[in-house]
Design a protein around this ligand. Sequence first.
Ligand code: ZN
Length: 155
Amino acid sequence: MKIDELYQEIILDHYKAKHHSGLRKPYDAEVYHVNPVCGDEVRLRIFLDGDLVGDVSYESAGCSISQASTSVMTDLVIGRTTSEGLALYEEFLAVMQGRGEMVPDEERLEDAVAFAGVARFPARVKCALLGWSAFRDAASRAISGESRKPEVEVQ
Ligand code: ZN
């Protein structure tokens, strides 16, 4: 199996069976992000358990890339420290902004490496980043105690 096909399969698997999908309680902050270019949207909640990301729950709609990427993100950040989760966001962001020239660290990014090819298509980069940006926003709101702001964040 070629690497591109393997990556396609990872994306499709997450899209068909999204991990940690649904909105749950308790939560410390909720955000709503949209990517108007593609029509993707995600409402995402974060629950911090001390220093750890206790839960990330979400409802999403839109393309397979945006929804699969959100699913992969939850696998990576739940159970880690919040600062480690934010460090992973920075690493994923760097790969997605690398125009396909940045080699992702598979040990750290796991299934998220499947989106490295998306970086070659600037129009789809926002799709892959939507859920991650929502996580970053929710985490910083939860940390600062600025919780449950319902306004829309346009990417
Ligand atoms: Zn999209």
